[in-house]
Design a protein around this ligand. Structure first.
Ligand code: BG6
Length: 459
């Protein structure tokens, strides 16, 4: 049997905008998602918008029981900034009551809550002022963070500032997948920088309000693998790692941006506006732990005919189509569990072996009702296989000394996925959209329960 360390956290991750529903009710103001769906519904799969999502706002008590039913000992979700502080300043009492009861209920079921502050859900009132492009967003986020720590710090001891901060940078300012769908490398860098400073200032507030607690950040990790050992391909790998991994991981753990990243940004005339105190703030506000969301690697090669200075990241590294790749056809993402080991060793060797956990890993599959058995249970053996393969490599990394303290899958109950709506399902529980969001456990949920019970599994 492959055994995991004592007190290993086994769980699932989710987020407020993807699960709560009640998106414009109970005092909550609009996020960019509410606004975008209202103005451009055609962009969203099957007209599925953010209003209802999986209705945890109403079903959280039953859902906390469901967490216990499949043995989870931890869960990650987020607070909606727009629910807690609808105008950025005024506390919404209904939100305080809801989150307090929800977090207490999670704990009552023996599950440890890990609470995140931002999961792609920018308040519309702030976006109207320029969102992360403005320095004002840093102070606004720090105020929100401080408020959340004060209101819920007695119920939650593990906090994270951002989920995948690079995603709103890339999707919002380079590739058009998230509002405001701007394509501008320089703005993207500024947005990334302000996000980093917002994270840093939130950590600072945390140390003041909850000195006994622990705080981290959740990063999407797609380790770069170069086509060849040639200098040009290796240069592309370096650029990808600097922009996509080290841009947040280095300051979060080491307290400063990599020199090579600063030089790369400068060479390409992308240097953001900064403030004199930022360097010291970063140095003084490193994290206690890191969460890494791993789904797929990044295959890179030297770019062909790159613009100089770079207009897009593809001018710094090209995408390499690895002929041997294995793909999840529903999501179009490569399946490469081996990277889990590489990431574990990277954390050990390059990041002081800081405590870290796999904060998301999972497989989205469309039309899962194809796999319903005669008892109405989804037989998602593919998902079990996917988790096992990844856990195998994670286990190997832990055996070699990597300080990993948990594994959380995406996700607990099927949830709404941004522009993809409910097309791909990831949950341990199926959500029936035609039947008032009724849930039913999948085979993977029962498999996971056994894993948690045994603190490991047999291949
Ligand atoms: C992660 C995000 O990147 O991947 C989640 O934190 C997201 O919000 C998950 O839902 C799965 O990706 P997708 O795009 O298929 O929903």
């Amino acid at each position: 049997m492959k055994k995991f360390p004592t007190n290993f956290l086994w769980g699932a991750a989710m987020s407020a905008p993807q699960t709560e529903g009640h998106s414009l009710l109970n005092g909550k103001s609009a996020s960019t998602w509410d606004h975008w769906f209202e103005t451009n519904p055609e962009k969203f799969n099957a007209n599925q918008g953010p209003a209802d999502t999986s209705n945890i706002y109403e079903l959280y008590k039953e859902d906390c029981q469901r967490m216990e039913d499949i043995g989870l000992n931890s869960i990650r979700t987020s607070i909606a900034w727009t629910r807690l502080l609808p105008d950025g300043k005024t506390l919404n009492p209904e939100a305080v009551a809801f989150y307090r009861d929800y977090f207490q209920e999670i704990r009552n079921h023996g599950v440890e809550p890990i609470i995140n502050l931002f999961h792609f859900d920018m308040p519309m009132w702030l976006m109207e002022k320029g969102g992360w492009e403005t320095r004002e967003s840093v102070d606004a986020f720090a105020f929100y963070a401080k408020t959340a720590f004060e209101q819920f710090g007695d119920l939650v001891s593990k906090w994270t500032t951002f989920n995948e901060p690079l995603v709103h940078v890339e999707c919002g300012y380079l590739f058009g997948y998230h509002y405001p769908a701007i394509v501008d490398f320089k703005k993207a860098v500024q947005v990334g920088y302000h996000t980093l400073m917002a994270h840093t200032c939130a950590v600072k507030a945390f140390r003041e309000v909850l000195p006994q607690g622990e705080i981290g950040i959740i990063l999407n990790i797609s380790p770069a693998y170069a086509r060849s050992e040639s200098d040009a391909d290796q240069q592309a790998k370096l650029a990808s790692d600097l922009l996509n991994t080290r841009s947040f991981l280095d300051p979060a753990v080491h307290g400063h941006l990599p020199e090579e990243l600063i030089a790369l940004i400068k060479e390409n005339e992308l240097t953001p506006e900064t403030q004199a105190e930022d360097t010291q703030l970063m140095a003084e506000n490193t994290v206690d732990f890191i969460g890494l969301n791993y789904y797929q690697p990044r295959r890179v090669q030297a770019p062909t005919n790159p613009a100089k200075p770079a207009k897009m990241p593809s001018d710094l590294y090209g995408a390499y189509d690895w002929p041997e790749k294995r793909i999840n056809p529903y999501r179009g993402w490569e399946i490469y569990p081996e990277a889990m080991y590489d990431v574990a060793i990277m954390m050990k060797n390059d990041y002081k072996n800081i405590p870290w956990f796999v904060s998301e890993n999972g497989m989205g599959v469309a039309d899962e009702e194809r796999f319903l058995d005669e008892n109405g249970m989804i037989q998602d053996d593919y998902r079990i296989e996917f988790m096992k393969e990844h856990l195998d490599y994670l286990h190997q990394g832990i055996q070699e000394g990597s300080n990993c303290f948990g594994y959380q899958t995406w996700t607990f109950v099927d949830c709404w996925s941004w522009l993809n709506g409910y097309r791909n399902r990831y949950g341990f529980y199926r959500v029936d959209l035609d039947n008032q969001f009724q849930r039913s456990v999948k085979k993977s949920g029962l498999w996971f329960k056994q894993v948690v019970q045994d603190n490991g599994y047999t291949n």
